[in-house]
Ligand binder design. Structure first.
Ligand code: ZN
Length: 54
C-alpha cells in the first residue's frame, strides 16, 4: 500500500524497485480513494494532505 496525496499519478513511482519496473501508466483514485496498478498490483490509497506523515 502506497499512500499518495495526488489525485492523478503514474506508476511505477520513484520508490518502485528496478526489478519491478513496467511501462509507465497513469492511474486515478476511485470514489473509495483506492487505485490498483494492473501491471505490478501495487495498491495506492488516497490521503489528505494534512494527514501525510513524513
Ligand atoms: Zn505499477
Amino acid at each position: 500500500m502506497i499512500p499518495s496525496i495526488e489525485t492523478k499519478f503514474s506508476c511505477p513511482t520513484s520508490k518502485t524497485d528496478l526489478w519491478n519496473m513496467h511501462p509507465r501508466i497513469f492511474l486515478e483514485f476511485d470514489n473509495a480513494g483506492y487505485a490498483k496498478c494492473p501491471y505490478c498490483g501495487t495498491v495506492f490509497q488516497k490521503k489528505e494532505k494534512d494527514s501525510v506523515i513524513y
